[in-house]
Design a protein around this ligand. Sequence first.
Ligand code: SF4
Ligand code: SF4
Length: 338
Amino acid sequence: MNSSVARTVGFIPGERNVFFHLLTGCNLSCKHCYINPSQHGTATLPLETVRAWLKCFSRPERETNLILLGGEPTMHPDLAEIIRSAKGMNYHVTVDSNGYLFHDLLERVSPRELDFLSFSLDGPEAAVNDPIRGHGVFATCTENLKKAVAKGFHTSLIYTVSGLNIDHLHRMPELVADWGVERFFIQVIGLRGKPAAGAPAPEMAWQVDPGHWLAVVPEVAARAAELGVAVTFPKVFLDSGEPFECAGLVAENFFIFPNGRVYQCPLCEDYPIHAFAMENDRLVRHAGLNEDRFFTLTIPEGCVMNKLLQPENIEYLDDGTPRHRISCCLLKQHIDPQ
Ligand code: SF4
Ligand code: SF4
């Protein structure tokens, strides 16, 4: 097989991913922010609570990926201690930052203590990125990214594709390779948080239609891999004959919020239908009709939550069958660096 061809990364039995929102506060106000304080609270979890919850989710006998998130996680004054505590529990730790790196993070942890530091950027230049993420963000984020690379941190970059920036994605591979970024994550905009409230401007749509996505994203991903960067991007549309699987049934993913809600499916995060909750530092089932009751439903469109929450994503043929089945939003494709 040509090694630049993307392979779908199926859900690996036993793989565990813990997405831990330490706080919801942030210094930025991105147009597509998915944090919803009315659903996720406004708290910053104290260090001792973070440690107790990390212990609750840890399985030291097998590695668990821990992604520390916010809001902006580097605004947490104890982030360096949290990273060290997590490493002591055998987590593989990634911090997803907007690039501001508060509290001197690069001085307070060493590249040995943090597995990956991830930066979010939504355009190849300020003229594209800053209207989405805020004035001056491109300059600050890229400066700190370069500092992190120079200090020897493993870095990744996340680009959230939407109608506002898809036509600039093709300029990213050269940049990420030049900056020394090791992993490039291309994400698709989700209609939750602010995007759920409507389009950013009357003439612009957040969402990208399937033809546009398929014409742009796989080619850009292949180009980045040719330049030596590992690339991951969502599958989104299943090929005919490809099996549909819901991560809620076949994988262990936990999305933890500071108000104690714990979801299995990120599409559900705008609703109080979390499958679990933290109570007295323990993980308990959340009573009622929750997300996990939907995971077992089988529909021709693929993902049930997508059909319920984002039906405009689905196109139908004249006979009423869906043109594409929508994969689980957690199903990824990967291309190794060439
Ligand atoms: S950096 Fe993240 S949390 Fe902050 S406003 Fe942007 S999307 Fe929201
Ligand atoms: S996105 Fe769809 S398929 Fe994936 S976990 Fe959620 S409900 Fe299941």
